[in-house]
Write a protein that binds this ligand. Structure first.
Ligand SMILES: Cc1ncc(COP(=O)(O)O)c(C=O)c1O
Length: 440
């Protein structure tokens, strides 16, 4: 970086000139963030924000966490990179520790730099192990922006590069607030989950390699299916020869509270977990962990990732796991999440714009609508709300196809004071939005 401090306007102009025009930004007046400290970030004017979106659900334990930074600094100054062609202790220490937090028999890992690479590898493993090549994923899902991950994604918004990969079929998500069948849980008998079987029977060869799901859909708008949903899906998938895979890129590493991984809230042990984001607390770290048996299907194949498993990311990944354990952050996620849910449910009684409050732990969503009867998405209102929250020192995210779901996913280290602040800011800003947009 040069010594000259660029203004936000100058950065904006340079972005327009030198970065791909698809590079997105938040806010009518974008902000320049220059510093992070646990749950807070600071802009170039020194203004502090509570990072209620964890830099898109990526900061798990906290920005520049003091338990992590010194370890990483030491590794950067010792050895940054050599590739897995050479031995290094950090990768095996991390893989062993990661195996200890995995559900069931998930034990063998491969490390990548991102979530989409992890999902690509999941698909390769599923094909190699089963000998089948078709997949089921869910509508409203998001799995990444490489071609296979984009094909697996269930939102047209993120599927812009045709033709897609062969053989991926989307099944209905467990989205009760907008049930595609217009029926109600539990009388519905989970027709959405049972569709997986119909799709396999009628739209595939009858043999599938696997199903990939986000336990709680992130970009899709914090869609959190009923308790029986994933067990039904997993049983069907295994019946037709496939493996059941959890994309825990957002839900992993304690985010959903109490559990280390999101899928175990549903009482399901997956055959494979794909991870990234919170795994590295901000460093480019992703990976896949699976059973020894499934991993064996890669024996004799050449598979390599230049940066995957580098010493710096491995040290950071291990430090993240140690930090989650040391501070019992999964418990904090559960407790702070419960406070937030309670506060959002109170806001729902007062604010007609709130259609539904959902999620688990610190993976929460508030769906906002122009009218509770028609459930018309409040998309423009969402943009205004984000600006108003930002002005008051709170960064929030948005999700769903219509962009009308407030996403609250702060770092796992937040305090009761922070949850009260979030409730207070949302109360004030929702009132302003309701007034400006005539929502009563
Ligand atoms: C659930 C999920 N899977 C996969 C990805 C892709 O991860 P990455 O952006 O690291 O490639 C993302 C986020 O972008 C995600 O939210």
């Amino acid at each position: 970086m040069s010594d000259k401090k660029l203004t936000t306007e100058e950065i904006g102009n340079l972005r327009s000139e030198y970065l791909l025009p698809s590079t997105m930004t938040y806010f009518a007046d974008p902000i320049t963030i220059v510093k992070g400290e646990m749950q807070y970030v600071y802009d170039n004017n020194g203004k502090r924000y509570l990072d209620g979106f964890s830099a898109v659900v990526t900061i798990s334990v906290g920005h520049c966490h003091p338990d992590i930074v010194p370890k990483v600094q030491e590794q950067v100054g010792t050895l940054q990179h050599m590739t897995t062609l050479y031995f290094h202790p950090a990768i095996v220490e991390y893989a062993k520790k990661l195996a200890s937090v995995m559900p069931g028999d998930l034990k063998v890992s491969f490390f990548t730099n991102s979530g989409c690479e992890a999902n690509e590898l999941s698909a390769i493993l599923a094909k190699n192990y089963t000998g089948n090549c078709e997949f089921i994923t869910l509508r409203h899902s998001f799995h990444g922006r490489t071609l296979m991950a984009m094909t697996m994604t269930g939102q047209s918004l993120w599927r812009h590069s045709l033709p897609y990969v062969f053989g991926v079929h989307q099944s209905p998500a467990g989205y009760c607030y907008r049930c595609p069948y217009g029926i109600t849980y539990p009388e519905c008998d989970l027709v959405c989950a049972r569709q997986v079987e119909e799709i396999i029977k009628y739209s595939t060869s009858g043999h599938i390699a696997g199903m990939l799901v986000e336990p709680i859909q992130g970009f899709g708008g914090v869609i959190c299916p009923p308790p029986e949903y994933f067990k039904i899906c997993a049983d069907i998938v295994r019946k037709y020869g496939g493996i059941f895979m959890a994309d825990e890129v957002q839900t992993g590493f304690g985010r959903t509270g109490d559990h280390f991984f999101g899928i175990t809230h549903w009482g399901v042990t997956p055959d494979l977990i794909a991870m990234a984001k919170g795994m590295g607390n901000g460093c480019p770290l992703g990976g896949v962990t699976t059973t020894t048996e499934i991993a064996e299907s890669m024996r004799g194949k050449v598979h390599f990732n230049t940066f995957g498993g580098n010493p710096v990311s491995m040290v950071q990944g291990l430090a993240v796991l140690d930090t989650i354990e040391k501070h019992d952050y999964t418990k904090n996620a559960k407790e702070r999440g419960a406070e937030l849910i309670e506060s959002f449910l109170c806001l729902q009684e007062k604010h007609p714009i709130i259609g539904e409050v959902r999620g688990k732990g610190l993976m929460l969503g508030i769906e906002i609508v122009r009218d509770r009867k028609t459930k018309e998405p409040a998309a423009k209102e969402m943009l205004r709300l984000m600006d108003l929250c930002k002005d008051r020192g709170l960064l929030i995210g948005k999700g769903a196809m219509a962009g009308n779901v407030i996403r609250i996913k702060p770092p796992l280290c937040i305090t009761k004071e922070d949850t009260e602040f979030i409730g207070k800011v949302l109360d004030e800003t929702l009132s302003i939005v309701e007034k400006e947009f005539n929502i009563a």
